[in-house]
Design a protein around this ligand. Structure first.
Ligand SMILES: Cc1cc2nc3c(=O)[nH]c(=O)nc-3n(C[C@H](O)[C@H](O)[C@H](O)COP(=O)(O)O)c2cc1C
Length: 349
C-alpha cells in the first residue's frame, strides 16, 4: 500500500516521498529587481531540510510587465540564472527535487508594474480592466515562457510548472468567462488551451529529454467535466498535473462523499486523477498525516501538496516521519506569508 514515504517518479525523476511543497510567493524576501536574496535561499533550504520530496519554487515571472507584485521573483533574463541556481543547490544538497513555477499574471498584473494590462480578451469587471492581446503579442509571451524554461534548466531545476491556475493569464485563456476570442486562441477547448500547448511543445524541443514539464490547473475551469477534458488533453503533453482552482473559486457542483476528509478543491483533484494516467498532485488545506494517508492509500492522488502547514512548520514531513507533533498552521486569513513570512504566528523559529 502506498504511504507517505513510498518513493515515486515523475517521468524519470525519482522523488523520495509523496509530499510536495506547492509554489508559494514570499514577496518580502526577493531583492530589488526580482533577484533571489539570501532570505529566499535560506527559506528553501529550511523547507528542503524539513523533508519534502519535491519543492516547487514560487510563481516567478517570465515578463516583468506581467508581474503580480513588484516584489516577485523574475526569470525573464539570463541575469537571474545565477541566483536561482543557488535555490536549486540547497534543495538538491538536502535531497529534495526542485521545479520552478513560471508565471504571467495577465489581467491580475499589478498596476505598480505597468498601465498596459493585458488578457485573452478585453476585460472590465468594474475593478480591473485589461485589453486583448494581439496574436503577435501572444507569440511573444509564449516565447518568454519557453526562454524562461530554458533558463530554469540552465539553473539546474529538475523541471518547470506552468501556472495555469488561480486567475492568472493562462486561465484567462482557458476560461469562457474571459476568453471571447474568435481566432485560433479562442472558442473550442482546443483553441483555448492552444497558448499552453504551443508553449509546452516549444519547451520540449529546447530542453533535455528528462526535464520535467507540468501544469497547475483548476478542476473548476468552466466545470468539472470540462476540466477533466482539459486534463486528458494536457496528459498528452505534460509529465504531471497539479490540480487547484482555475480562473475563479466557484465551487464544484458536486456532493462530496461523507467520509471524504478534505475539501472540494482536493476532491476535484481526485476526480482528475481518476481520468488520467500521469501523476497528479492534489492540494488545499491538507494539514494532517491522516488526510494524506487517506488520499494515498485509496489511490486518490500520487502526490500531496502541503502549503501553509509547511510554512508554519518547515519540519512538517520530518515530524510525521519521526512521529513527532506538528506545529499547526492556524489559518490566518489572509495568510501572513503574503505580506511577510517572518510574521507567521505559528512558525517555529
Ligand atoms: C503565501 C502564499 C503564497 C502563494 N503563492 C502561490 C504561488 O506562487 N503560486 C501558486 O500557484 N499558488 C500560490 N499559493 C497557493 C498555494 O500554492 C496553495 O495552493 C494554497 O495555499 C492551498 O494549499 P494549502 O492549504 O496547503 O496552503 C500561495 C499561497 C500562499 C498561502
Amino acid at each position: 500500500m502506498t504511504d507517505i514515504f513510498t518513493p515515486s517518479r515523475i517521468k524519470e525523476l525519482e522523488i523520495k516521498n509523496r509530499i510536495v511543497l506547492p509554489p508559494m510567493v514570499a514577496f518580502t524576501f526577493a531583492q530589488e529587481g526580482g533577484f533571489v536574496s539570501e532570505e529566499n535561499i535560506n527559506h528553501y533550504e529550511q523547507m528542503a531540510k524539513g523533508g519534502a520530496g519535491l519543492i516547487i519554487v514560487e510563481a516567478t515571472c517570465v515578463n516583468h510587465k506581467g508581474k503580480l507584485s513588484k516584489d516577485q521573483l523574475e526569470i525573464w533574463d539570463d541575469k537571474y540564472i545565477d541566483g536561482l541556481s543557488k535555490i536549486v543547490k540547497v534543495c538538491h544538497e538536502n535531497d529534495s527535487k526542485v521545479f520552478i513555477q513560471l508565471h504571467h499574471a495577465g489581467l491580475r498584473t499589478s498596476e505598480d508594474v505597468t498601465e498596459d494590462i493585458v488578457s485573452s480578451w478585453d476585460y472590465d469587471d468594474g475593478k480591473r480592466t485589461a485589453r486583448a492581446l494581439t496574436i503577435e503579442e501572444i507569440h511573444k509571451i509564449q516565447d518568454e515562457f519557453v526562454n524562461a524554461a530554458v533558463r530554469a534548466e540552465k539553473a539546474g531545476f529538475d523541471g518547470i510548472e506552468l501556472h495555469g491556475a488561480h486567475g492568472y493569464l493562462m486561465t484567462q485563456f482557458f476560461s469562457l468567462k474571459v476568453n471571447k476570442r474568435t481566432d485560433k486562441y479562442g472558442g473550442s477547448l482546443g483553441n483555448r488551451m492552444r497558448i499552453a500547448l504551443e508553449i509546452i511543445e516549444k519547451i520540449k524541443s529546447k530542453v533535455r529529454p528528462d526535464f520535467v514539464i507540468g501544469i497547475r490547473m483548476g478542476s473548476n475551469e468552466n466545470s468539472l467535466e470540462a476540466s477533466i477534458e482539459m486534463a486528458k488533453e494536457f496528459e498528452k503533453y505534460v509529465n504531471y498535473l497539479h490540480i487547484s482552482t482555475g480562473f475563479d473559486n466557484t465551487p464544484l457542483d458536486v456532493e462530496l462523499p461523507d467520509d471524504f476528509p478534505c475539501n472540494w478543491i482536493v476532491y476535484g483533484g481526485t476526480k482528475i486523477k481518476e481520468n488520467v494516467d500521469i501523476p497528479v498532485v492534489v492540494v488545499n488545506s491538507i494539514k494532517t498525516k491522516e488526510q494524506i494517508e487517506y488520499l494515498l492509500a485509496n489511490d486518490l492522488a500520487d502526490f500531496v501538496a502541503v502549503g501553509r502547514s509547511q510554512l508554519a512548520d518547515p519540519s512538517f514531513v520530518n515530524h510525521i516521519k519521526n512521529q513527532e507533533e506538528i506545529n499547526k498552521c492556524i489559518n490566518c486569513r489572509p495568510c501572513k506569508w503574503y505580506r511577510d513570512g517572518r510574521k507567521c504566528p505559528a512558525r517555529v523559529r
